[in-house]
Design a protein around this ligand. Structure first.
Ligand code: HEM
Ligand SMILES: N[C@@H](CC(=O)c1ccccc1NC=O)C(=O)O
Length: 288
């Protein structure tokens, strides 16, 4: 039965004297975090807060995705497959969180957005360093993206470092080679700053794995996790396009692109092309 005061008494041992002690807000730097929402509209437009917090929370989750992807890549490089899988599992749940978050921004109507869009000037998500880092870590390299960070030496250097390092997919191929799979040598040592280009030679490798799952269970499992990560990434891109379409229609973007048409082109990009190609050539056991 609930207490009739409808109030929960504090327990005796609850710490209330927190002078010179580590607190919740102190540990989490909440003064810094919660003082970083600075609407530019004057007088402040009610919905600009939503716009800012949507972006900031996305950037926080992207920070964790980057942390987990870097960990996953390092583990794979060291042949530690289980910890790599564990980190990819976390990446996948964060991606779902990021995609579902679009439903919050979808409550922003075109009429509301147009009331403060002008304060954004040339700023655009196209300039998101962390988004580009995620793309590079997964293998969608594009050196042209660095130009947007010419104004930011530290960001530029961090992005260049990711551009010039093997991606998660590169490390998958190197790991498969160490496990004895027939990965072409030119994929194992190459100019990492170039995007991975579709390689026909990988199809028979994946075909063998997917047609002999019991023999190659670990390979099969890891490949499927990568397919999940790519699919989740594409769902985020799709939800972005649909949100943009309903909020600004077919206007040009503040970053200077054509807008929706430009964003749609990213839906044709793929991180792990052969992992999708192989699905069309698998044969059922009875046909083999
Ligand atoms: C009202 C909401 C939004 C609108 C109207 C919008 C619009 C656009 C447009 C038009 C572009 C193309 C570049 C340009 O010309 O500006 C773009 C790119 C981008 N936006 Fe948004 N966006 C919105 C919200 C968001 C949010 C919440 C995020 C999360 C961080 C985000 C992240 C990005 C990223 C990463 C790109 C680059 C995509 C790529 O290179 O393919 N956007 N956005
Ligand atoms: N590109 C958007 C503006 C925009 O969305 C934006 C502006 C500043 C900071 C983040 C943004 N988000 C994603 O592109 C537009 O064209 O309206």
């Amino acid at each position: 039965m609930p207490a009739d005061t409808n109030q929960r008494p504090l327990e005796h041992d609850i710490t209330t004297d927190l002078r010179d002690r580590l607190t919740y807000g102190g540990y989490l730097q909440l003064d810094t975090l919660l003082s970083a929402q600075l609407p530019l509209s004057d007088p402040p437009h009610h919905d600009e807060m939503l716009f800012i917090i949507q972006h900031q929370t996305s950037e926080l989750w992207m920070k964790l995705v980057i942390h987990e992807l870097r960990g996953a890549i390092a583990h794979l490089r060291a042949d530690h497959v289980d910890p790599c899988l564990k980190m990819l599992a976390r990446v996948k749940t964060i991606q779902k969180q990021l995609s579902e978050q679009w439903s919050v921004l979808e409550t922003l109507t075109p009429s509301e957005y147009l009331e403060f869009r002008h304060v954004l000037g040339p700023a655009s998500g196209f300039q998101s360093l962390q988004y580009r880092l995620v793309e590079f870590l997964l293998g969608n390299k594009n050196a042209d993206m660095l130009r947007v960070f010419d104004h930011d030496a530290a960001g530029h250097a961090e992005l260049r470092e990711a551009l010039e390092s093997p991606s998660l997919y590169d490390e998958l191929l190197r790991w498969l080679a160490r496990r004895g799979h027939a990965i072409p040598g030119e994929l194992l040592e190459r100019e990492w700053s170039q995007p991975h280009r579709r390689s026909e030679a990988l199809i028979p490798v994946y075909k063998r794995i997917y047609e002999n799952t019991e023999e190659f269970w670990e390979e099969y499992h890891l490949c499927e996790q990568l397919v999940d990560v790519e699919t989740n990434f594409q769902i985020w891109r799709f939800r972005h396009v649909k949100t943009v379409e309903r909020i600004i229609g077919y206007r040009k973007g503040t970053g200077g692109s054509s807008g929706v048409a430009f964003l749609r082109k990213a839906l044709d990009l793929t991180f792990f092309p052969e992992l999708f190609d192989v699905r069309g050539v698998l044969e059922s056991p009875s046909a083999r």
